[in-house]
Design a protein around this ligand. Sequence first.
Ligand SMILES: [Ca+2]
Length: 194
Amino acid sequence: MRARSVRTSGILTAALLLSAAAVAPSAGAAVRDTAGPLTGDGGAPHCTVNATSGSERCYRTFTEAIEAASGGRVTGAPLSATEAVRSDAFNARMADQAQDGVIQGTFFEDEQYGGASLTIWGAEPCVKDGWVNFQFDLGDDWKNRISSLQPWGGCALWLYPEPGLNGDRDGPFEANSAAIGSFMNDRTQSIGFS
Ligand SMILES: [Ca+2]
């Protein structure tokens, strides 16, 4: 049983890689690697990062970022993340993502889902097994900036003030949080997904 489980996982990984290649964002003015700041129409970039590979891309709008991170499965997201939080249709589409790569959380520079955003996606949804299933160390450009967040992919979010899930954590954040609170505001350096 165990060997079979491992093999299945390998096939899934291969499928995910193929899928990722197929849906890699097309070349366009809105897409770049993280060589420098990208100023979007609203003045703040909306970036996505693959938690497995660490590759990050930025877009002018929240809509484009979500579409890219979901592999094109979630399209037409509200332009503003604040609107997205209130949209039942959008929340349903996010909950209905395929199982071979899901958005696990979106993090915002300002309270009320404002400013620049970072959407983190990984291979699978979180499992409610009492363990942190995934973890992510923020790059220097996102350290000590997060002020609001949205959990996705069945994940509860834990915020830590040091890389590698070290320091006094805060969480779990299990629902959209327009303000994460004074304890961790502008202090997060790594994130746990459980
Ligand atoms: Ca902030």
